[in-house]
Design a protein around this ligand. Sequence first.
Ligand code: IMP
Length: 423
Amino acid sequence: MSVSVLVGVQWGDEGKGKIIDVLTKDAGMVVRFQGGNNAGHTVEINGQHFVLHLIPSGILRAGVPCVIANGVVVDPVELVKEMNMLKSRDIDVSGIQLSTRCHLIMPWHKLIDAFKEDSAKGDKKIGTTKRGIGPAYSSKADRTGIRGGEMRDLVRFEKHFRDNAEAYNREYVPMGGAKLDVEAAWKEVLAARDVLVPHLADTVVTINEANANGVHVLLEGAQGAFLDIDHGTFPYVTSSNTTSGGACTGTGLPPRAITEVWGVLKAYSTRVGEGPFPTELFDEQGEFLREQGGEFGATTGRPRRCGWLDAVACRHSCMVNGVDFLAITKLDVLDKLKEIKICTAYKIGDKTVTTFPEDVYDLARVEPVYETMPGWETSTTGILDWNSLPVNAQKYLKRIAELTKSKIGIVSVGPDRNQTFRV
Ligand code: IMP
């Protein structure tokens, strides 16, 4: 029995999709446990480019059952679109299981997300993806949400849908929110519901039974530790637990079932949306990372904010996640650099700290303290083993391991599935 969890160690966009795809080779089941279609997991296979938002990246390996578990918020219309996209590319989606306990993102959630984001001023803006994620989790927490399983009983589902849709119009339209066309929205949701009902399952049982039967289960996280609702840079976070603890509540697997935690860490830092980002670069160096790394959001297309690796933040995140192994991605993006910096401490006023501040206002005013390392100034994109890496690249990776108190398990040197090696 073995269960691996894979999580993002930074602000998301670490390249989790690709690492999941690589780890899926040894997995018998892949499970998404939190978030929704705010995620954008990119995988390249022999020049073919796939972007997945909701369906576990494991779907790209034929025969691996994929599960969307209870901790996920699911937009039925978008899920069906993603299934159709995969079908049109000859990927079999018939085995996808959707938790009866997942919460549904309904049309009004997207309108509320956009309304709140567009009317927020200054530092009140979060920079959300406007996919309705926060409002759907709010409905879960205030117990008005609709769960996936309700779609089975059409009469009950339609009543719950219409009651909530009308409540939205009553409450939000007078405040300036967009009016929801309830009939059009229902038609669209109904069509998606008809496709999804056969996929509904008690996935808590599915996953636990697979584990009990010796199937290797891979739990796929989305976003990253600093977007975690509890452990991230609140309020500039998403609305779920993106850290490894969320994998238990989000699947129904008990904590002791988890046998290893993989943390995906990009060789530098990026962030999309608002919120403090201590190592952000505003100069041509930042521009270089954005261009070289193709740092534009897979979900919204927004340019990502870029900066040097922040080892203070990553060490904290590895601690919270209990990372056993790091998968370091996009090492090749640094290939041309003469020098590479790593943030090893923060200055706050006249104090130097090596721990991650718990308050976002403190984080916003820290000054990063950098250590400078020589670059390797040679291409790593064709390298497939540790010993062939340039010595300076090995030194950089070893320093990351040392600073984050973690072991390196995988290195990725390009977007393709094959440009990856185990350490
Ligand atoms: P939400 O998840 O759409 O509510 O957005 C909240 C914050 O999380 C915003 O800063 C988003 O840009 C960020 N975010 C959400 N999903 C992702 C992701 O998959 N990668 C990176 N950032 C994300």
